[in-house]
Design a protein. Structure first.
Length: 138
């Protein structure tokens, strides 16, 4: 599903024009806008939900509940029964391992989406310690 992304913009006459940006996908588009704004707006939330559905909803909930933790070695998202390690676009969850197409940038587990969102709005809870050491006690 990569390739060109369509977006809407109004020209000076008030008509909505479709703009195609080559090589940009819907997920990259909301990430860029969120990074620029630094806060979730209703429009960005709607786009996250439109692109990612239930995974987007769960990601937004995790961020709003403060369940994204940054350690010296990993970023961790606290789920309801387990903690999931996120590195870049990879995650230790079963959804990422079995259900998602890694070549499709719009398909990411909710843990990766939560990290994407939390990093852009400054909601990663920082811990100055190594998760690989803390994990032994969790």
């Amino acid at each position: 599903m990569g390739g060109a992304q369509k977006s809407s913009r109004s020209d000076r006459t008030g008509f909505v024009c479709r703009v195609v940006t080559p090589g940009v996908n819907a997920a990259d588009e909301w990430r860029a806008e969120l990074a620029e704004r630094g806060e979730l707006t209703p429009e960005i939330v709607a786009r996250i939900l439109d692109v990612h559905g239930e995974r987007g909803k769960r990601a937004l909930e995790a961020v709003s509940e403060g369940r994204v933790k940054g350690y010296n070695d990993f970023t961790v998202v606290v789920g309801y029964s387990e903690e999931y390690v996120v590195e870049g676009e990879g995650c230790t969850c079963k959804d990422a391992e079995y259900n998602l197409d890694g070549d499709d940038p719009t398909q990411r587990c909710w843990h990766v989406l939560a990290v994407d969102i939390a990093e852009r709005v400054g909601e990663v809870e920082a811990h100055d310690m190594w998760y690989s050491e803390v994990r032994e006690f969790v």
